[in-house]
Design a protein around this ligand. Structure first.
Ligand code: H79
Length: 442
């Protein structure tokens, strides 16, 4: 049984549903990849395809990388402005890199000298974000890398790191260090929504350590949600947890959206707006706002969350292209948010005109029909459904009643000739009971 991903077996918990509730309702969050790597902005000695992995991909020595400390001074950083952009886009939570693989901490860590306090900026970025999030009612979440290319006790080294000795390195001491950092993060910044681990795939990290870390995090904040990369059960970039006794509360598809819904499984697709997580000044391969909105809808129609990434610049601002896309998504969400928040996966998959999300209301079901491709004949067909229809309306103009008729196994809705919103006009269709599907022959 996939639904039980193990965490609840470890800690006695009567309120499992309650713990995940806010996250399941939220559906949409902002990922933020920010750190020293934002300074080179993806460029190194004439090569341009780098980002947060630049220490590895450009093979930069530790000595050289440490020099970025002197240049990290994001004077334009404004936590409240960031949180406002997330909130205005319709996002309910922010997951920021407290530490990425390079080992640099964006906060005041007493356990490390490789943090923001060692830069000219000397401001605790996570504290400022925590305060801004609290004010705005946004959940703050931390991405924390298990893999660490900086700490002397982390093993292994990168293959090209010939001059960094492993002598005296003790991995258990690294684990203690990481736990101390996590204790700071879970003690000094209020209630944290999610701990999002990454970099768990190297051989030094074991299932036993994953279980222990999961339990440790829950002991500090019992209601926190922890992704499946804390343990060894993740299956590649597809991201879902393998069968077995693995801990972790949700699966983490990366740059992918599952083909179908996954009943009983919690998951979140994380995705970049262009081709890099960290800021890359040469990357102009931006997804359109339309594609991003339709991705959000696709994911919601399958019961998942969408964690959409921003790679801020070294001065503390978001790239203009990201700001524009957030604003466009926000415009759509202002009208159509009800078709995303607190919805569940629908049984309608692979429709040729769009996607369907749904919600239980007044003993019946409200189906949100997301029309990506407006039918030319003005008739929207929802096939394979037995239920009696009650009413249908445009979500953008709830006073317009649309005519519904039954055509054999389909409900057919008469639409206006032209779509009011070409990206995704949402029709809500109320039916009696829960969807009663006529299953296609196998
Ligand atoms: O934090 C983001 C990535 O840095 C991290 N997870 C997301 C959320 C990530 N870890 N691994 N990967 C992404 C995939 C690894 C791809 C690699 Fe590569 C191929 C690493 C080195 C070669 C991508 C391409 C990164 C550098 C070049």
């Amino acid at each position: 049984f996939f639904g039980c991903q193990g965490g609840d077996q470890k800690i006695d918990e009567p309120n499992e549903e309650t713990r995940m509730d806010w996250w399941r309702d939220a559906r949409f969050g902002m990922f933020i990849h920010w750190g020293l790597y934002s300074i080179p902005a993806g460029e190194w000695k004439g090569t341009t395809n780098h980002a947060e992995w630049i220490r590895t991909t450009a093979e930069i020595s530790l000595e050289e990388y440490d020099q970025f400390l002197d240049d990290f001074n994001p004077v334009e950083f404004d936590a409240e402005a960031w949180v406002k952009m997330a909130k205005d886009a319709g996002m309910k939570y922010i997951t920021i890199t407290s530490k990425h693989h390079d080992g640099f901490g964006l906060y005041d860590s007493k356990t490390s000298d490789f943090d923001v306090m060692a830069t000219p900026f000397k401001r605790d970025i996570l504290k400022e974000l925590a305060d801004a999030c609290e004010k705005a009612g946004i959940k703050l979440c931390f991405y924390h890398s298990i893999m660490d290319w900086h700490h002397p006790d982390y093993l292994p080294r990168r293959g090209w790191e010939k001059n960094r000795s492993t002598e005296g390195a003790e991995f258990p001491r690294y684990v203690d260090y990481m736990k101390n950092q996590l204790k700071e993060l879970l003690t000094n910044y209020g209630e944290i929504g999610v701990l999002w681990f990454d970099g768990e795939w190297e051989d030094t990290w074991t299932h036993e350590e994953g279980v222990e870390l999961y339990d440790y995090i829950r002991s500090l904040q019992p209601n926190i949600i922890i992704n499946n990369r804390v343990d060894k059960g993740r299956q590649g970039m597809q991201g879902l947890t393998a069968e077995g006794n693995f801990v972790g509360d949700f699966g983490t598809p990366e740059q992918e959206i599952p083909d179908t819904g996954l009943p009983g499984i919690d998951w979140e697709s994380c995705m970049t707006m262009n081709d890099h997580w960290g800021y890359n000044k040469n990357d102009d391969n931006w997804k359109s706002s339309e594609e991003l909105i339709q991705n959000l809808v696709d994911i919601a129609s399958k019961g998942g969350n969408f964690l959409l990434n921003i790679g801020p610049k070294a001065d503390g601002t978001f790239p203009q292209e990201s700001i524009e896309r957030l604003a466009a998504i926000g415009n759509w969400m202002n009208v159509n948010g009800a078709s995303i928040y607190e919805t569940q996966a629908s049984p309608f998959e692979h429709l040729d005109w769009g996607r369907v999300t749904q919600k239980q209301i007044n003993g019946g079901t409200r189906l949100y029909l997301h029309v990506f491709d407006w039918p030319e004949n003005g008739e929207l067909r929802l096939g394979g459904i037995r239920n009696e229809a009650i009413q249908a309306s445009l979500l953008s103009a709830a006073s317009t009643q649309l005519t519904i008729r039954r055509d054999e196994d389909a409900l057919v809705i008469e639409l206006p000739k032209i779509s009011p919103n070409e990206i995704d006009e949402v029709i809500y269709l109320d039916i009696k009971g829960e969807p009663d599907m006529i299953l296609a022959p196998m």
